[in-house]
Design a protein around this ligand. Structure first.
Ligand code: DGL
Length: 263
């Protein structure tokens, strides 16, 4: 059985696990959420890099076949393609080609944390492949606490989304990247703030597609309702709302073991 270690600053990276589970339902997932140090999105590149190394170093003990950095802020500092001789995937590279294929008017929006926006990594990677695409990057720092609070489809979240997404509407972006693994939780508010025609791209889906091509596997069907994933969740701080968040992302019936660990 393929063992994959997935790492995020918190619980939002489970949106990536959810996408991977649809493609690789039989894999064993070990998920590390660095909840004690969340958010990464307002920290410096040096601090994020040192957290990334520490978390990947911790996961080495599980001897995984694959590492996944399921956090965009951490992915800005994850430049290597391998970790200790095993493939290392980030959540930024998989969306770049998809964005370039999908945009019709060459105007792409990226919504992400401040750390990701300040790195300009999306603009750089998209423009290296296609310099004609205008990339409008917008930090949405309130989205992570709103998602963690469970304010999904809430009028306040809708208003905040409308305000954050004003520059993307003004520029008539036809393609928008959810450049933070928490944001799929707020997808309905994001959709309401944009025109129906806008194509939304989420890193989890793009990564699952890339990994499917990489490992040359075909999707194995499973029944979503009765499916129990092989998933262990490790967190560096265990607050009461963590299991609520996990069920919010993976579904109410998903009771996964959660362990509090020290790095
Ligand atoms: N998971 C992080 C990301 O994708 C967002 C949360 C944080 O700021 O740490 O950027």
């Amino acid at each position: 059985m393929t063992k994959v270690c997935v790492f995020d600053s918190g619980i939002g990276g489970l949106t990536v696990v959810k996408s991977l589970l649809r493609t690789f339902p039989d894999w064993h997932y070990i998920y590390l959420g660095d909840t004690a140090r969340l958010p990464y999105g307002n920290k410096s590149p040096q601090t994020i890099r040192s957290y990334l190394e520490q978390c990947l170093g911790y996961l080495e003990q599980f001897d995984p076949d694959v590492y996944v950095v399921a956090c965009n802020s951490a992915s800005t500092q994850a430049h290597e393609k391998e970790w200790k001789g095993r493939p290392l995937f980030n959540v930024i590279d998989p969306v770049i080609d998809e964005v370039i294929q999908k945009t019709q008017n060459n105007k792409v929006g990226v919504i992400a944390t401040r750390a990701t926006v300040n790195s300009r990594i999306f603009s750089h990677k998209i423009n290296t492949k296609n310099p004609n695409i205008a990339v409008i990057e917008q930090a949405c720092p309130l989205f992570v606490p709103l998602a963690e609070e469970g304010w999904i489809d809430d009028p306040i979240t809708n208003l905040i989304a409308y305000r954050y997404l004003t520059p993307l509407r003004a520029e008539k972006c036809d393609t928008v990247v959810l450049g933070c693994t928490h944001y799929p939780i707020l997808v309905n508010s994001v959709k309401k703030a944009l025109s129906n025609q806008v194509c939304l791209i989420s890193s989890g889906e793009a990564l699952a597609q890339l990994m499917q091509n990489h490992f040359q596997v075909s999707k194995s069907p499973h029944c979503e309702n009765h499916f129990i994933p092989k998933l262990d969740v490790l967190v560096t701080d265990l607050s009461p709302n963590i299991s609520i968040m996990i069920q919010l992302i993976l579904g109410k019936e998903c009771n996964v073991p959660i362990k509090w660990v020290t790095l």
